[in-house]
Design a protein around this ligand. Sequence first.
Ligand SMILES: [Zn+2]
Ligand SMILES: [Zn+2]
Length: 156
Amino acid sequence: MTIRHCSVCKAEMDLARLSITGEQSPLAVAVRDLPVLECPQGHRRFALADFPLLLLDHLLEQDEPQLPASTSRGLLFKHFHCAACGAELGRDTDRQHTFKVEIALAGLPPFEVDLTMPVHRCERCGHEQLHSLKELRNRTPAALAHAFKSAAIAAH
Ligand SMILES: [Zn+2]
Ligand SMILES: [Zn+2]
């Protein structure tokens, strides 16, 4: 990797690992060991110019579609059914479940993303599943943006 200099203080930046969290209700996201560029003064920058886009694309297109989600039927009054056994699910989604995803982008060291969402637990077979995959995908961009903002990671 070429040597990069901090745009604020001009010091050399090194790859650092960061743990950050963000929320866009009802989704809470936590990223562990996120690779970022950091200077000795603590100024931060994304490891790649398009890192936020790459990460978002990876989550929305590859990781989230693989998570267990209930199927909904009905137009006006939605009924949710277990993806494993087909039983109708109750309306309450008070339980929270954290889905862990490991991601490696563009040759950078791998890091972990935790997605915490309300889930349905099927009373018949015990399968835990997202209420709606669409809801998760809709909230992911804002939750990640909040996490990046809270850690003051600057764009390139
Ligand atoms: Zn600096
Ligand atoms: Zn079931």
